[in-house]
Structures are given as structure tokens and as C-alpha cells.
Design a protein around this ligand. Structure first.
Ligand SMILES: Cc1cc2nc3c(=O)[nH]c(=O)nc-3n(C[C@H](O)[C@H](O)[C@H](O)COP(=O)(O)O)c2cc1C
Length: 193
């Protein structure tokens, strides 16, 4: 959950998606509220990228809450990413989180360009993305939402997680969250099933 405001738009939609996922049976969910955790910037030390071990997760040298979060990410079969669109992109806390995932779960591959991240794990996973914007309506989404493509790419390249659905909750300042609740629930249900 990558919003700065627990209890507001993205948090509400992520919770609704979790409800949808849980409605599909015995699904275990770990919710990580990024802004409440101690997550430092990546240092670009590249210890993770150089880690040639065969494990699905490389070691990160930074001692912070990511050390508790990494095992949850590794154990998961699917992911719900939620972020507001700020200045066209993911929030800073979400970007920090994605940078900390990038090479820990990937190694340099050969396609589409030599050196690009490729998932360390052969385990196939799934992901859904929920993004919200204050002003821009869904019709104009493609001109302002760089958040969804970034998360989609990171999920695929680092976590081996294919996107199975996404929700863009546009113009929430005017529309509020209500019109998007049922789609969030359906997304969670789809992810779990
Ligand atoms: C720094 C900042 C930049 C923002 N940039 C945009 C933007 O580019 N387009 C937009 O429609 N809304 C923008 N917003 C509004 C947020 O997208 C909106 O408040 C958010 O989706 C609501 O999610 P929340 O209730 O979970 O915080 C911005 C908000 C902030 C604080």
C-alpha cells in the first residue's frame, strides 16, 4: 500500500481487493503499509545484483524493515500493488520500495537488452495494480499514469508476476472512492482465483 494516507483512497481500495481475494477461499494475505515502515533508499552498492547464488532472492545489505518484508514477497503467489499517481508517477515511497525489490529478486539477463533484470525465480506469480489520481479522469489516463507501467514492468522483470488486472481510480477528488469499490473487490477475487 503505497499511499501516504492510510484510511484514504488507495488504502480503501487495497482493503476492498483484499476482501475480494479472501472471498475466494483460504487465502492468506500480508498487507504492507509502506509509509509506516522503515524503508531506506537503495545505496546502489550492487551487492544484490552481483550475488551469483542460485536462490530466488539475493541478499540486501541494508538493515531495515525490508529484511522482514523480503521473505513475505518471496513466499507470495500474488501481489496487490496500490499507489496514488503523484506528478504522473508512483509515490516516492513506492518507488523506493520498487528499487529495493529490483535486483534483490532479479539477475542480469540477456533480453530485451543485455543486463536488464530477469526474475531469479522460476515460480510464476500474478499481480494486480490499483492506481488513483486526484484530477485526471479514466478517459485521459494514458496521458498521466506512468505508475501502472512501472509497476507492471517491475512485477514481471523482478518477481515473475504477470499482470492479471488493474484499476485506475481517476478523478477521486470529484468522484470519491465509491464508484471504484466493486472493481477493486473483483480484482482481488480474480487474483486469488
Ligand atoms: C505531490 C502530489 C502530486 C500529485 N500529482 C497528481 C497528478 O499528477 N495527477 C492527478 O490527477 N493527481 C495528482 N495528485 C493527487 C493524488 O493522485 C490523489 O490525492 C491520490 O490519488 C489520492 O490517494 P490517497 O487518498 O490514497 O492519498 C497529486 C498529489 C500529490 C500530493
Amino acid at each position: 500500500m503505497g499511499s501516504y494516507r492510510p484510511g484514504q483512497t488507495i488504502d480503501t481500495l487495497v482493503d476492498r481487493a483484499i476482501e475480494g481475494a479472501r472471498s475466494s477461499g483460504s487465502v492468506e494475505v500480508d498487507k504492507v503499509v509502506l509509509v509506516e515502515r522503515d524503508i531506506a533508499y537503495c545505496k546502489n552498492c550492487m551487492a544484490c545484483r552481483r550475488d551469483g547464488q542460485a536462490q530466488p532472492r539475493a541478499r540486501c545489505v541494508i538493515a531495515d524493515d525490508m529484511q522482514e518484508i523480503y521473505p513475505l514477497i518471496e513466499a507470495a503467489d500474488g501481489y496487490i500493488f496500490g499507489t496514488p499517481v503523484n506528478m504522473g508517477h508512483v509515490t516516492a515511497v513506492m518507488k523506493t520500495f520498487l528499487e529495493r525489490i529490483c535486483w534483490v529478486f532479479a539477475r542480469p539477463g540477456s533480453w530485451p537488452l543485455p543486463g536488464c533484470p530477469q526474475p531469479r525465480t522460476p515460480k510464476q506469480r500474478k499481480a494486480v495494480i490499483i492506481a488513483s489520481s486526484g484530477l485526471i479522469a479514466p478517459l485521459l489516463r494514458r496521458f498521466c499514469d506512468e505508475a501502472t507501467p512501472l509497476i507492471k514492468r517491475t512485477a514481471l522483470d523482478s518477481l515473475n508476476a504477470r499482470l492479471v488486472g488493474r484499476l485506475y481510480a481517476g478523478a477521486v477528488e470529484k468522484r470519491g472512492v465509491e464508484p471504484y469499490l466493486s472493481k477493486a473487490y473483483a480484482l482481488g477475487k480474480k487474483l486469488a482465483s
